[in-house]
Design a protein around this ligand. Structure first.
Ligand SMILES: [Zn+2]
Ligand SMILES: [Zn+2]
Length: 255
């Protein structure tokens, strides 16, 4: 995984063993794929983790969108929600809505330990970024609380961010943001409660990023409250632009 704080001599020393490890990983993966060909997590057809037919069913969110929260709108202007309560982030974009193929794939990715799904999901995000430029000097994944990270064993946002980093060669900084407050699940909370729940939950640990642009990466967003809380922490540390990219936006109605 990328480590942008690495010193050049450490990178030079580490590169050979890293190359060996990568080629060994690729060989092992190749052998495993031969012995146990992957099945599509949606339709269970043998071949790929997300087969091309299921992938074709993902409907990308296309313009016009609300420039702030990225929801599909009838015209490129702020949606009623962002007009009422603007988010404290430069903008959020989602590849698609959380439905069908993407809903199943993200669910498996998060809750069934299907880490290899990071590759097709990360590719989806990278392709989105190739066609929709967002300012990004560095990519920062939305952190999980350490307790959640221990339970799950991985942060799905970091895995996706790492795929974007590899595809587009944008530096990845995974420890810039830390989660300093444990929060209750956002499900069932209204917009205001969601904001209050994650308020002050994040802290930026790196003051060397002043004036830079950050692209926050997460798997799903609903009201954008979590990305906004990350953005507030990054802005307090002097970051110039903070954008958020998520794989999927959840359709959301005020409970
Ligand atoms: Zn399929
Ligand atoms: Zn909006």
């Amino acid at each position: 995984m990328a480590e942008t704080h690495d010193l050049p001599w450490r990178r030079a020393l580490g590169s050979t063993s890293l190359d060996l490890r990568r080629s060994w990983q690729a060989t092992t993966e190749g052998l495993l794929n031969l012995l146990f060909p992957p099945r599509c997590v949606v339709c269970h057809r043998s071949g790929d983790l997300i087969c091309s037919a299921c992938q074709d069913e993902i409907e990308l969110i296309r313009p016009p969108v609300c420039p702030m929260c990225g929801q599909a709108t009838s015209a490129p202007r702020l949606c009623p929600s962002c007009r009422r309560t603007p988010l404290q982030i430069d903008g959020i974009r989602a590849v698609a809505y959380l439905e069908g193929t993407l809903r199943t794939a993200i669910h498996r990715f998060k809750y069934s330990n299907t880490r290899p799904l990071a590759a097709p999901l990360g590719r989806l995000a990278s392709e989105y970024l190739t066609h929709n430029h967002l300012p990004a000097d560095v990519i920062v994944p939305v952190p999980l609380h350490p307790q959640r990270l221990r339970e799950r064993g991985y942060n799905q946002a970091t895995l996706v961010a790492n795929e974007i980093h590899k595809a587009l060669d944008i530096p990845l900084m995974e420890n810039v943001l830390i989660r300093v407050k444990s929060t209750i699940p956002q499900v069932g909370l209204n917009a205001l409660e969601r904001r209050e729940n994650v308020e002050g939950a994040f802290r930026c640990t790196d003051s060397g990023l002043k004036g830079r642009s950050v692209l926050l990466v997460d798997d799903v967003c609903t009201t954008g409250a979590t990305l906004e809380a990350c953005s507030i922490a990054l802005r307090q540390a002097g970051l110039r632009l903070v954008w958020g990219l998520v794989l999927a936006r959840e359709s959301w109605h005020q409970p």
